[in-house]
Design a protein. Structure first.
Length: 108
């Protein structure tokens, strides 16, 4: 507990993933959301590590935006999130000069 919030975290190897949620929110749902986030990262980057998060933070934010919306869980399907990320890649591939924020998930 932290003030009027709960800090929910999960450790994967040497990485900690934390979320701060309202005291009334279900912490188990957020533990599952963290797990989904890590699974998507793992699939997207292929065995994600700290360096992937540091050097590709814009891609990490794009993935985070697909799972959470305004601090609430938006999507719970790994396949849907990965399909949306693939759509982003194809859009960026068609217009590589795009300055749109959707370019965050472009392929290297």
């Amino acid at each position: 507990q932290f003030r009027n919030y709960k800090v929910v975290y999960r450790r994967y190897a040497g990485l900690f993933f934390c979320v701060c949620v309202d005291a009334n929110d279900n912490e188990l749902a957020y533990l599952e959301a963290i797990h989904l986030f890590v699974e998507v990262l793992d699939t997207f980057f292929g065995n994600v590590c700290e360096l992937d998060l540091v050097f590709n933070f814009y891609k990490v934010y794009a993935i985070l935006d697909e799972i959470f919306l305004a601090g609430e869980i938006e999507e719970t399907s790994k396949h849907v999130v990965l399909a949306r990320l693939d759509q982003r890649k194809s859009l960026v591939a068609r217009d590589p000069d795009s300055a749109d924020c959707a370019a965050g998930a472009q392929a290297d």
